[in-house]
Design a protein around this ligand. Structure first.
Ligand SMILES: N[C@@H](CCC(=O)N[C@@H](CS)C(=O)NCC(=O)O)C(=O)O
Length: 200
């Protein structure tokens, strides 16, 4: 049995969707309801996943732990396809997520005004380069890692929602938009959003 620590709309939403895709029962705990969350994750970030007596942190490590413990189509068996799924997982977690994190950092660190707007748009242009790579990737395959849905598609579907909080021009190609919409229509994603609201 798992315990997932989350914050509404954060990257922990993707972890919850993956738990649901894997049909794993879990308890959902809002980070803001925990008195000393740093005792759970010293970094202070979500997701954190309790499993038996262990707490696992770092989104990609949590996802790999789940995929290894619960074999499914989310992690292909074929070596080449598996490598692509892991590469895309890390592209999402270690490249796209930090690119979006810059927006949150700049909005908090700089006073509102021209300097903030310029910096935010520069960060958005970095994000646009990544979405352009995703769109190019999707010209010849339906999902980020190939023929099947993998965690990277779910992670990007959550990250993309963060753009709405900033007055920046984020450009997403049509194939990417269609994929993100398709992921958000999955019952796992819809149920995860509802569960976050209930636990808010
Ligand atoms: N490298 C970490 C980053 C996680 C992260 O940045 N989580 C954000 C939410 S999406 C967070 O909790 N940030 C700290 C905070 O909001 O206080 C991971 O992949 O798990």
């Amino acid at each position: 049995m798992y315990t997932l620590y989350f914050s509404p709309g954060a990257c922990s939403l993707a972890t919850q969707v993956i738990l649901r895709e894997l049909n794993q029962p879990f308890t959902l705990i809002n980070r803001s309801h925990v008195t000393d969350f740093q005792a759970i994750n010293p970094v202070g970030a979500v997701p954190a996943l309790g499993h038996d007596d262990q707490v696992i942190t770092e989104g990609a490590a949590i996802i790999l732990h789940l995929l290894q413990n619960h074999p499914s189509d989310l992690l292909p068996q074929d070596a080449t396809a598996k490598q692509a799924a892991i590469e895309q997982l890390l592209f999402a977690n270690a490249t796209v997520h930090p690119a979006y994190s810059k927006l949150f950092f700049l909005a908090a660190a700089l006073p509102e005004g021209e300097a903030q707007s310029t910096a935010l748009q520069a960060a958005a242009e970095g994000i646009n380069k990544l979405w352009a790579l995703v769109e190019r990737n999707l010209q010849h395959q339906p999902y980020l890692a190939g023929e099947c849905l993998t965690p990277a598609d779910i992670l990007l579907s959550v990250y993309e929602t963060w753009g709405q909080y900033f007055n920046v021009d984020i450009q997403i190609g049509p194939k990417t938009q269609a994929l993100l919409q398709q992921v958000r229509q999955r019952s796992s994603y819809i149920a995860a959003l509802a569960a976050e609201q209930e636990a808010a």
